[in-house]
Design a protein around this ligand. Sequence first.
Ligand SMILES: C[S@@+](CC[C@H](N)C(=O)[O-])C[C@H]1O[C@@H](n2cnc3c(N)ncnc32)[C@H](O)[C@@H]1O
Length: 248
Amino acid sequence: MRTCLTLVVLSVAASWFAARAGLCQEHGKHHSPAEMNRQFSKPDLDVAEFIRRFESDSRDIFVARRQIVDAVGLRQGMAVADIGAGTGLFTFSFAEQVGPKGQAYAVEIAPAFLSYIEKQARERRLENIKAVRASQDSTNLAANSIDLAFVCATYHHFEHPKNVLASIHRALRREGRLVVIDFDLRKDSSAFVREHARGPKEVYFREISAAGFRPLESKAQVGLKDNFFAVFERKEPEGSSASGQGGK
Ligand SMILES: C[S@@+](CC[C@H](N)C(=O)[O-])C[C@H]1O[C@@H](n2cnc3c(N)ncnc32)[C@H](O)[C@@H]1O
């Protein structure tokens, strides 16, 4: 009887710890990427509502947006893709950073966000912004077209991360970088983070490494609380010659 009781107590404690750590999400209210993305495919998507949600002080990413832009380290003339651009929180700053000789791609699955960004770009006279409609299998960016891919609060939305990562790898130029910001699932993460993160960041890092990227050490101090900030470099495919890939 005592052994039985001990086993029950141990099993309840194990489930509680696993649920707190977000490791046992089938017991929690974890939303799958497809469930999360359903809201973005609505034809009557209310962009104003998402501006309120994405551009709010309740998001550490919004509070730290200037530090993030600095940490990304863009230079004039570069080509950058804001993948999962949403309301353009970063696209407009990136367009300013890369200047008229550079290019900022706003990559999105939601046509309403793309139309909004295009309209804003016209109003702000940012002629170097180009909207690109993505699918769940590809960013649809041209091969060898970007120096930096930026994926903010979007990695956990990818329904087929392997395919999307392959398209990012193709689009990046030699020594191109991939910056990923996403929920940092920890034991003390909020219920919101646990509901949305697909796993701890190590799961994402393994997928990204397997797709042909190497982690770079980042000394960036972006001051995020709920999210991690990680930088990767595109590795050359095995056997490719130093002169094999085109320049900029
Ligand atoms: C939480 S929002 C983040 C928006 C913006 N990056 C920000 O931080 O404010 C996630 C965005 O990813 C987009 N998204 C989801 N899956 C995508 C995919 N496979 N490719 C590109 N965008 C995607 C959604 O439409 C949504 O706008």
